[in-house]
Design a protein around this ligand. Structure first.
Ligand code: UT7
Length: 325
């Protein structure tokens, strides 16, 4: 049994089809939906997003991100003994995207399951993998966030359809004798179910309810800025560290204004915040590992640095993970 778990490789994957705000606005205009690059940039910081082609599933994006993370860790897929996929857009009702992804990696036998905590899914999944490694149930885990949110967007609703994108990010988390994950803090409050949801399901061979995303943006915004500060402070307290010990904040990429507010509350300069929302939009559970991989591969974030990962989203769910890379 190892006392710690540590990230040894990161990877990500974006589907090739990229739409700038102007391109999306032009497509929406043909359906009578009015929006603009100016509005989207000013209110959210988003400039572009990627959409998967029809038939491409979360497990396809996740498998490619996983392959990239395995390569970075210097491992083969057969070395992995745990797969957790955070997703709200799984390929099927069941089996899990994790099982489908496992077969796409050409392996079998290890535990594989999905975690459904919407945009907080990756911090939930990382915390679960850390716990399973610390108890000796796993030694080398793939933790993946993968989404095709374009499938659940209502393209007649301009208040939501301009915000989200598709993509995947992954990390390899390995048992370690030196500290990697230092502390985490997870929460949910189900009384806010209605402010961000896809209120549909499958029943009797039909879709029951509405299978498209609904969001009260202002309510989510207000809750998000409060809970993200609380989660950051709780995680730091558990690890016995201060705000000034954080080298990089890697927040869920929903809105640049939420990130600016969190950074201000934690007295961090925006230079210390990893921002990819401009290029990816909100990719829900994929956004944090995607941002992390971009930051690692660009050389910005380096081994040995202290990172605070923070997620918030539907449920309402939120949480943070503090780690040494
Ligand atoms: O990933 C899970 C977490 N999700 C989030 O964190 C999202 C949190 N919420 C937000 O990021 C923001 O609330 C939004 C970006 C969703 C909206 O920004 P806002 O500053 O709260 O705008 P608003 O909803 O107050 O809308 C302002 C105006 C409205 O017009 P009126 O009523 O002032 O005339 C909207 O109809 O902007 C209008 N509007 C748009 N205009 C052009 C809303 N969407 C659009 C649009 N294009 N796409």
């Amino acid at each position: 049994m190892s006392p710690y778990s540590r990230i040894t490789g990161t990877g990500s994957y974006l589907p090739p089809r990229r739409l700038s705000n102007a391109e999306l606005a032009a497509e929406l205009a043909t359906q009578g939906v009015e929006t603009s690059d100016d509005w989207i940039v000013e209110r959210t910081g988003i400039r572009a997003r990627h959409f998967a082609d029809p038939g491409v599933c979360s497990s396809d994006l996740g498998a490619q991100a996983a392959r990239n993370a395995l390569q970075a860790a210097g491992l083969e897929a057969r070395d992995i003994d745990l797969i957790i996929v955070a997703t709200s857009t799984p390929d099927m009702v069941f089996p899990s995207a994790a099982c489908i992804l496992q077969s796409k990696l050409g392996i079998g036998g290890c535990a594989a399951f999905d975690v459904q905590a919407v945009c907080s899914g990756f911090v939930y999944a990382l915390t679960i993998a850390d716990a399973l490694i610390k108890t000796g149930s796993a030694t080398k885990a793939l933790v993946i966030g993968a989404e095709v949110f374009s499938r659940i967007l209502d393209f007649s609703d301009r208040t939501t359809c301009v915000l989200f994108g598709d993509g995947a990010g992954a990390v390899v988390l390995e048992a370690s004798q030196t500290p990697g994950i230092l502390a985490s803090d997870l929460h949910a409050d189900g009384k806010h179910v209605g402010i961000l949801c896809v209120p549909g399901t499958v029943s009797g061979g039909k879709v029951l309810g509405d299978p498209l995303l609904k969001m009260d943006g202002q309510a989510v915004f207000k809750l998000a800025v409060g809970v993200l500060e609380d989660a950051a402070r709780a995680t730091l307290a558990k690890a016995g560290l201060q705000e000034s010990d954080i080298d990089w904040l890697v927040p869920h990429q929903a809105n640049i204004r939420i990130m600016q507010s969190t950074a201000k509350k934690l007295k961090m300069s925006m230079d210390k915040v990893i921002v990819t929302v401009d290029q990816h939009g909100n990719t829900s559970a994929a956004s944090i590992p995607l941002a992390l991989d971009v930051a690692v591969r660009s050389g910005k974030v380096k081994k040995g640095e202290t990172l605070l990962l923070e997620g918030v989203g539907g449920g309402f769910t939120w949480g943070a993970v503090l780690l040494n890379l």
